[in-house]
Design a protein around this ligand. Structure first.
Ligand code: HEC
Length: 186
């Protein structure tokens, strides 16, 4: 093959791969035998599709000393995935960095096969969550809006307030994601 043709082929195939890399969001928490749990609403890069299975990549960060949780960012401690032993083994570790408080972090990526229970519209999940909180979190006080608290404060608030509602664990996980992804301190 002529060098110019080879280059063209490489460019075209590169473009073809890139065009399938859309961001998708799980519509429920997904617990997978060889990964662990990937949480509802987590942004995932779709690498390829094979019938009802998707190959996806998760990118995030981990604090030094805890390789079981993948967070969205050091400042945005939204849990994207909680890994089991196989999930930890499959991690690819990227560059290390130090946050403003002197804590050590590193970036990680993980590829996994997941069922095709995802949406390309993260907003679709939040519409359902907003209805839930309007119904269940407005009994004792006005239903709080996501911008009322910081991204890192929401999980413990939803956990403690959730105990005063009849919401299921799955519904509380949806609410936690809704409040965190829509909080003001992004
Ligand atoms: C059974 C009554 C009740 C329900 C239902 C309830 N809350 Fe509360 N909430 C309270 C009370 C009482 C307080 C005042 C602080 C406290 O007692 O902890 C409060 C305080 C709060 C605060 C302020 C906390 C802070 O630290 O400033 C937030 C935010 C909140 N609730 C969110 C929610 C959410 C989200 C839901 C739905 C999942 C919810 N609440 C459902 C009773 C309730």
């Amino acid at each position: 093959m002529k060098p110019s043709l080879l280059l063209l082929t490489m460019l075209l195939s590169g473009a073809a791969v890139a065009s399938t890399n859309t961001t998708v969001y799980p519509m429920t928490d997904m617990t997978l035998a060889n990964v662990g749990t990937i949480h509802i609403g987590a942004p995932l890069t779709e690498l390829s599709k094979n019938g009802q299975q998707l190959k996806i990549e998760i990118s995030g960060v981990q604090p030094a000393g805890n390789n079981q949780v993948i967070f969205l960012g050091a400042k945005q401690r939204i849990v994207l995935a909680t890994l089991n032993a196989d999930g930890v083994k499959a991690l690819k570790t990227g560059k290390a960095f130090t946050d403003a408080y002197g804590n050590q972090w590193h970036s990680v990526t993980l590829t996994a096969q997941i069922p095709n229970q995802v949406t390309a519209q993260q907003q679709q999940l939040w519409t359902e969550a907003a209805q839930l909180k309007d119904r269940s979190c407005s009994v004792c006080h006005a239903a709080p809006v996501p911008t009322q608290m910081s991204v890192n404060a929401w999980p413990s608030v939803v956990k403690s307030m959730g105990g005063r509602t009849d919401l299921t664990q799955a519904q509380l996980q949806l609410l936690t994601s809704y409040y965190q992804y829509n909080a003001i301190h992004k």
